[in-house]
Design a protein around this ligand. Structure first.
Ligand SMILES: Cc1ncc(COP(=O)(O)O)c(C=O)c1O
Length: 421
């Protein structure tokens, strides 16, 4: 066996697309017009696939704060937090987070991925147990694997299964951590947190909630799904990322456990990596302040979500049952999904492609979101935007059966449009 065989197998799998204009997972954005519109291969393209839910990457206050920090501190910190990489901005942002959440301690990390790696690594090691939801994000799975703790998989969003598995562990021990996400990023479903928190309380387990996609979106103050569910004070560790609503790069953890302050000593993903760049940290501070003072961003986002979902279901797409800013468009087999994705890009619409191993076989999807900055009416409307590729030559697919399926799909959509169904 050659080490390079694994990489060669990927090349073989994607070989049919090697000469396509749009190759899966290799899209390059040339430039940005606004968070809702970008230039790809020299053409204006509507962005329906970012996590820039509130459009804050381009907010004038965020840009001004980042520019100011660049002038003040330069482009990078050239060191980790435990060496020369802690600036006043890093500590100020930690204080901002603690205050915003009303928690006693906060720590920031260089990425959201590292926030999970750092926190799970600092809390758990050999001899400890981490209970993981079956649909956990890669950063959570990797963190657990690296920690050396025992992993117990729990059925997705099942408090009953969690209780059963916790019940099998030796009693009266405090060496177990339950990790769940507020909003799951592929299907857009949320965790039954009230029930999960209750199970953790009954069995004496600590709980860490990753609010990567839910921070800034749920809750009266935008603190996330834990706030929305009324369990903010019962969650031991809240983790999040700067790379979605906050429009930057980095991650955070807040907690009422003051021991969080000592995590830096054990969290290798904190101690052995350079800290966040000054511009990014300052931009995130500005974004956090905006989220804290202006709920209208969230309100506009939810209006968009409802409109976009209604538009997609209106023309016959299956978007699943969950109303959230992550809107999956279920497309089934991989070849159909790939063709739809390419057809959309050809027509000037970017969405995210989800194929195995990102989902089970034949349960592929296009992952969409509709940031609040969309300039409606200037280009085509979203409904039409999604429909256009249905009639595009990109659909003239490689295999006769794929072609037939797409023709059926086209007929279905056409019938809906004509009011025949
Ligand atoms: C649930 C979850 N946790 C963590 C991360 C990692 O965040 P980052 O991109 O900031 O590293 C992501 C990113 O998509 C995520 O979805």
């Amino acid at each position: 066996m050659d080490l390079l065989d694994k990489l060669r197998a990927i090349a073989t799998r994607l070989e049919p697309h090697a000469h396509d204009r749009f190759r899966p997972f290799l899209t390059t954005i040339d430039s940005l017009i606004n968070p809702g519109e970008v230039i790809i291969q020299g053409r204006r393209t509507l962005m329906f696939g970012s996590n820039n839910y509130l459009g804050l990457t381009s907010h004038p206050e965020v840009i001004a704060a980042a520019k100011h920090a660049l002038d003040l501190y330069g482009s990078g910190t050239t060191g980790s937090r435990i060496a020369n990489g802690t600036l006043g901005e890093h500590e100020a942002l930690e204080q901002d987070f603690a205050k915003f959440f009303g928690k006693r301690a906060a720590t920031i990390f260089t990425t959201g991925y590292q926030a999970n790696l750092g926190m799970i690594g600092a809390l758990c090691g050999p001899g400890d147990v981490v209970m993981l939801d079956a649909e956990s994000h890669a950063s959570i799975c990797d963190a657990t694997r690296l920690s050396g703790a025992e992993v117990v998989w729990v059925q997705h969003n099942s408090p009953a299964n969690l209780a059963k598995k916790l019940g099998r562990l030796p009693k009266l021990q405090r060496n177990r951590l339950v990790v769940v996400e507020g909003l799951y990023s592929i299907r857009g479903d949320v965790a039954p947190l009230r029930e999960i928190v209750e199970v953790c309380r009954q069995y004496g387990a600590y709980i860490l909630v990753d609010e990567a996609h839910s921070f800034g979106i749920y809750g009266e103050r935008g603190l996330g799904w834990s706030e929305e569910q009324g369990v903010l004070d019962q969650v031991d560790f809240l983790v999040g990322t700067f790379s979605k609503t906050l429009g930057g790069v980095g991650g955070f953890c807040v907690s009422d456990h003051l021991e969080l302050r000592e995590a830096y000593f054990l969290a290798r993903a904190y101690a052995f990596t350079a800290s966040g760049t000054p511009a990014s940290i300052a931009g995130v501070r500005a974004a956090l302040a905006i989220i804290g003072r202006d709920p209208s961003f969230r309100e506009r986002l939810w209006r968009n979500v409802r409109g976009f979902r209604a538009g997609l279901t209106g023309v016959g797409y299956d978007v699943g049952p969950y109303e959230s800013p992550l809107i999956p468009v279920y497309t089934g087999p991989e070849h159909i999904t790939m063709a739809l994705w390419q057809g959309l890009l050809e027509s000037g619409v970017y969405v995210n492609l989800v194929i195995p191993p990102g989902c089970p076989k034949d349960q592929c999807l296009l992952r969409t979101s509709d940031p609040i900055t969309r300039i409606r009416g200037r280009e085509f409307k979203y409904r039409d935007a999604i429909l256009i590729p249905t009639y595009h030559p990109a659909y003239l697919l490689r295999t006769p059966s794929a072609k037939r399926e797409v023709w059926e799909d086209m007929k279905r959509v056409r019938a809906i449009l004509n009011g025949d169904t």
